[in-house]
Design a protein around this ligand. Sequence first.
Ligand code: NZQ
Ligand code: ZN
Length: 384
Amino acid sequence: MNNFTFQNPTRIHFGKGQIAAIANEIPANARILITYGGGSIKKNGTLDQVLAALENHSVQMFGGIEPNPSYENLMEAVELARKEKIDFLLAVGGGSVIDGTKFIAAAIHFEGEPWTILSEGAALGKVVPAGNVLTLPATGSESNSGAVVTRRSTKDKLPFMNSLVYPKFAVLDPETTYSLPAGQSANGVVDAFVHIMEQYLTVRDNAHMQDRYAEGQLLTLISEGPKVLEQPKDYGVRSTIMWTANQALNGLIGQGVPHDWATHMIGHELTAVHGIDHAQTLAIVLPPLMDKMRAQKAPKILQYAARVWGIQEGTDEERIDQAISKTRNFFESMGVKTRLGDYGITEKEIPVLIDQLERHGMSALGEGRDITLDISREILTNAL
Ligand code: NZQ
Ligand code: ZN
């Protein structure tokens, strides 16, 4: 196991009725900007609960943050926040709203061009404090220090990580997720599944607790994921999914172990160029990536095959094949298609995706830095 220093400072309020807790989380004299997306929080009653909790606070609103939030739009919120001297941000929505709000928080007092926070990982000065009410379990953004923002004009979808943007608090009320369309519920399960895989499916490194915890989370998503489609208003199922997606990317299982974020980095280009949903891109890329990197990852894929899918029979190669098929079939069973062709993408689109990876410095991905641009090209070709 590698050395690590870990602190996750986000306070979590989990469960029914917990939106009320935000009243005590935000200073009484704060000038609050509530940020939200396309309006789902108005239809499902979440915004009413938030406004009721904040009835004695000073509140302004910025709506219209889109899926895969755009720099262009977020900068309008930054201008508003500067003009109104906002000193607390409250994101109400899914990963896009929470990510976008982290960027706004970082950009308000940033001196210089805020895009450099993403393009150069520029150091942050004063960051406006932010909390959130999560409505879509998927990204883990509600209690991690990462965010992903897209610059539409240049088709750049870039992540940044900075401990200064950890949310101060997160409210996870599973009832807010009852209104999710089936496709978004499924996306959430797949995104969380792949987050776990990218911190787990690397090399064996005596990190037994991280392995067992990751395997427990994968097993939970495999058993409970399909239920969310059949019983969308089952509180127990929604709670389990919401807590699992949170644990998948709150930093804990990734401590002390190698990571392989290649599936995400290749997936981000598919979203930037073709607008495919984030989780759909992951379902496309992960199976052929496992196949292409099967030699390097063999011990871990065999462990995954045995402990997560109960695969015991056959040669090593046969068990690896079965583990890849099980993974693909799980995504398909959630209704998330796993082939580029399912999204209308053909071989002629691949060079542009490789150019994008090159432009973004993504030419040595994976735990061994051995997923070169040529390997990424093969992975995408095998995803057709
Ligand atoms: O905009 P509204 O009207 O709210 O509708 C949203 C949106 O259309 C809808 N939705 C959310 N909660 C709902 C709901 N509809 C009905 N009922 C509810 N309770 O769902 C749609 C998708 O929302 P979005 O926030 O875009 O989805 P998600 O949470 O999957 O976030 C995706 C973004 O997160 C980034 C992705 O790259 C992508 O930009 N990621 C962030 C990460 C992080 N910060 O750590 C890690 C992830 O790997 C990921 O990269
Ligand atoms: Zn993700």
